[in-house]
Design a protein around this ligand. Sequence first.
Ligand code: COA
Length: 271
Amino acid sequence: MDIQKYLPSDLFHGKTVFVTGGGSGINLGIARSFAAVGAKVAICGRTQSKLDAARAELESLGAKVLTAALDVRDYDALVDAMEKTRRDLGPVSVLVCGAAGNFLCKTEELSPKGFRSVVDIDLVGSFHACRAAYEQLKETQGSILFVSAGQSLIPYIAQAHAGAAKAGIDNLMRNLALEWGPYGIRSNSIVPGPIAGTEGMRRLAPGDIGKKLEGVIPLRRFGEAEEIGNAAVFLASPLAAYITGTTLVVDGGQNLPGAGLFGQIVMDALS
Ligand code: COA
């Protein structure tokens, strides 16, 4: 991995990183980056087979790995997983709140349960993880990273549910920076752009939509999960020791022109 060319491979030696939704996609990319710089990694997700495959990848990078099959909507399950992590890997130094659910749906067609499901997974699930990890983060003077989205910054058509959830996440991030800063806990968000090969891209920009979108990103390409991992390692590292309560946008400039073109492309596809 590129990160090993630029950062010491023992930067996170002895540290434990807990990644919700770490079985695949961007979150697995983040877990890989931490493993590549020496961290022990705990990942949770709903699908055991994904967790098993992710474990093999992370172990091949030399990491000690713990997996927990759970839904972040279940607070007690997260509390159990945090305790098991402390027992098996040591107290959590970095918590990555990445578990998310999404789909394209016009608001007038969205059911209350659909809206609630996304807010429950993304926002309430992130709170659950932070609350469950709090004592360990206080002990390690650790760091929280939220995986936000451009939908938090600007409105996207057919994304009212995700926009509400991610804007809530960014506000939670700032609240925790304020409240937990005195304990030495830092709290920041990353806004990934469209990342190649992820479930999010399959759901939000399938086929033609993806091709059209790629052409209007200022850097003219999709990002790689590893590039979000690089940003996560930076934000959790001593290099960012005075950075808290902030949002780092890692999107190739995708959000700069606004969401109008995405809306046009999506409305064409949905109608
Ligand atoms: N369009 C409109 N509504 C949808 C939908 C879609 N494509 N997909 C799900 N919903 C609605 C369902 O219809 C249901 O509401 P209803 O009972 O009133 O009809 C509600 O959402 C819950 O669906 P369900 O499948 O029971 O929820 P779940 O908790 O099992 O799954 C989701 C959560 C809906 C977020 C699902 O998309 C998911 O599991 N996603 C995980 C992976 C993912 O999205 N990754 C990308 C992140 S960017």
